[in-house]
Design a protein around this ligand. Structure first.
Ligand code: NDP
Ligand SMILES: O=C1O[C@H](COP(=O)(O)O)[C@@H](O)[C@H](O)[C@H]1O
Length: 597
């Protein structure tokens, strides 16, 4: 049975009310706590509601109900209306809102999204396709426009041509695909300018204004540019192209600095021009479906939460691997390395979500408060708890794969790690002594991201004879495969059918492709929609960022000062042997490398 989700067409929001933000235009911090009919379905999308200044709250303690098939739009069972007369905010029920919405379509606000660095790799690969997917799913507000901004000279037609090459339709939803693409491309415009020119941003602002017309103007800037120019852009955009009547928000791509000091300096710089509520620090792993599902799995299933502690969990493993190297991205990668590129953000964020205490509610601030507590309870990483590696050239099947330093964009003799494994600990009552092992690497044998939870041995196990001396083989393991081929499976022991008593290991498996016909949205779709809706839950707050850097900065400095040489591993291998020794030091075996996976 599909239960509920909090914000998409398939949700029934038992007790959902909507609140109109007070005043004529929505305040910059207007937020959507949880939306129900997020996109399409004949209703106005949550994005449109948010753009028009509405906040959608789920009333705490009310049940939610969903359909058997998540592809079908849900009905909503609203709570009894709770209205506040002559005061702000007022609350109305969903039905009341829908009536109102259909009467007042024309006063909807506009949303203009500017992709700064539109000529670049991320914009082409991820941002424009995600925006199109949102449009296709009817998730963007009625009055939206998209602007590409970069130094490269391009006409609107050339931008559209570039973007059109990257657009695809959902595998499961191909009707009117080319028509939809045409409509979408007509809403895309280009403006060429320098990143540090207020005059150029002023011109951009004028262009945006022409498309907004007299409507309330909401503006989102996506900084898809190298970090050294973030501040120039924020300064110019905020001074010369920000909205005068609605909100202005800025999505900042990683990396957010190189260490505690540079990150703090970046935050200080951003805050000269923006308030925290306007800053959306993106970590796209938080937008991945299975990372989103982590809290649902834990907090809505009685069987997991009681086990979620040192009492039952032996270790937790957070594993990221890619089967390709830097391949041309060495210019960026070499000054960051894998610890900053993947561990300090993507894996650490997953760890915080995994390990946090139950938040008071699903509100962004409540969740982020809990995440930050976990990060602050952790011990900064020690050099002896880290292994670093770098891939070297390898020939297999007549093909020679280049080593990291063979990449032309990488300086010769670079010591940047392309692989790292680390053991982290959370010093709190729940997790004391449980190793959280992280492993991240490029040019490995496979592309995969997963969370593995290895449970303790069954005390006094009656069947231990069946497992020989290797009792670890008998423990339960929960695997959350974030990508590819998303799945959640639990390894259990069972009896092989028959008259004898032979034991076997099997997987209780929620395999997404088999369970759901709907294509899983890309992380960037969710996050872009969140930013438009003002939902901050999946973005990084500045104190989270500070805490994250505090854990890694001393180690990163020590590695650099000592010029620690990474252990070389062949391209396409399973990484350096040192990672096994590190795990063994804490009596752990990497789950992804065992014969049964
Ligand atoms: N690519 C990816 O997969 C990922 C990228 N990111 C982050 O997203 C951001 C964008 O990444 P990506 O698209 O790969 O970056 P690119 O190197 O492709 O740069 C984007 C655009 O910025 C401009 N630009 C590039 N270098 C400079 C420079 N030195 N000075 C001024 N402008 C420059 C160029 O546009 P023009 O010359 O036309 O002005 C370029 O098209 C970065 O912060 C990156 O770390 C994060 C996760 C994944
Ligand atoms: O942030 C980054 O992520 C990508 C991996 O993202 P995925 O969604 O494809 O798993 C990684 O390749 C890149 O180095 C890093 O900057």
């Amino acid at each position: 049975m599909a239960l509920s989700c909090m914000r998409c067409p398939a949700v029934g929001g038992g007790g959902t009310v909507m609140r109109r933000a007070a005043g004529p235009s929505p305040p910059p911090s207007s937020s959507v706590a949880f939306s129900f009919a997020r996109c399409g379905g004949g209703r106005r999308s949550a994005a449109a509601l948010a753009a028009a200044g509405w906040r959608i709250d789920a009333v705490a303690g009310q049940g939610v109900k969903g359909p058997m098939d998540t592809g079908v739009e849900n009905t909503v069972t609203p709570a009894a209306p709770s209205k506040v007369a002559n005061g702000a905010p007022s609350a109305i029920t969903v039905e009341e809102f829908e009536d109102l919405a259909s009467l007042s379509k024309d006063d909807e606000a506009s949303v203009s999204i500017t992709v700064v660095g539109a000529s670049g790799d991320l914009a082409k690969k991820k941002i424009f396709p995600a925006l199109f997917a949102l449009y296709y799913e009817d998730c963007l507000p009625k009055h939206f426009s998209i602007f590409g901004y970069a130094r490269s000279k391009m006409t609107d037609a050339e931008l559209r041509d570039m973007v059109s090459r990257t657009l695809t339709c959902r595998i499961d939803k191909r009707e009117n695909c080319s028509e939809k693409m045409e409509e979408f491309l007509k809403r895309c415009f280009y403006h060429s300018g320098q990143y540090d020119s207020e005059a150029d941003f002023m011109e951009l602002g004028k262009k945006i204004k022409q498309h907004e017309g007299p409507r309330v103007s909401n503006r989102l800037f996506y900084l898809s540019i190298p970090p050294n120019i973030f501040l120039d852009v924020v300064k110019c955009a905020s001074r010369s192209a920000s909205s005068e009547s609605g909100w202005t928000r800025v999505i900042v791509e990683k990396p957010f600095g190189r260490d505690s000091e540079s990150s703090a300096a970046l935050t200080r710089g951003l805050k000269q021009y923006l308030v925290e509520d306007q800053i959306f620090r993106i970590d796209h792993y938080l937008g991945k479906e299975l990372v989103e599902n982590l809290s649902v799995l834990r907090f809505s299933n009685l069987v997991f939460e009681p086990l979620w502690s040192r009492q039952y969990i032996r270790n937790v493993q957070l594993i990221f691997s890619e089967d390709f190297g830097t391949e041309g991205r060495g210019g960026y990668f070499d000054s960051y390395g894998i610890i900053r590129d993947i561990m300090q953000n993507h894996l650490l964020q997953i760890l915080a979500l995994f390990a946090m205490e139950t938040p008071i509610s699903l509100e962004a601030e409540d969740i982020r408060n809990e995440k930050v507590k976990v990060l602050r309870s952790m011990k900064p990483l020690q050099l002896e708890d880290v292994v670093i590696g770098q891939y070297k050239s390898h020939t297999k099947g007549g093909i020679t794969y280049p080593g990291y330093t063979d990449d032309k964009t990488v300086p010769k003799g670079s010591l940047a790690p392309t692989f790292a494994a680390a053991a982290l600990f959370i010093n709190n009552a729940r997790w004391d002594g449980v190793p959280f092992l992280m492993k991240a690497g490029k040019a490995l044998h496979t592309k995969q991201a997963e969370i593995r939870v290895q449970f303790r041995h069954v005390p006094g196990n009656l069947y231990k004879g069946a497992f020989g001396t290797d009792l670890d083989r008998a423990t339960n393991e929960l695997v959350i495969r974030v990508q590819p081929d998303e799945a959640i499976y639990l390894k259990i022991n069972n009896k092989i059918p028959g008259l004898g008593m032979r034991l076997d290991r099997s997987n209780l498996n929620l395999h997404y492709a088999a369970r759901y016909s709907k294509e899983i949205p890309d992380a960037y779709e969710r996050l872009l929609l969140d930013a438009i809706e003002g939902e901050r839950r999946l973005f990084i707050r500045s104190d989270e960022l500070d805490a994250a850097w505090e854990l890694f900065t001393p180690l990163l400095k020590e590695l650099e000062q000592k010029r620690t040489a990474p252990e070389l591993y062949p391209y396409g291998s399973r990484g350096p042997v040192g990672a096994h020794y590190l795990a063994a030091k804490y009596n752990v075996r990497w789950g992804d490398l065992s014969s049964e996976d």
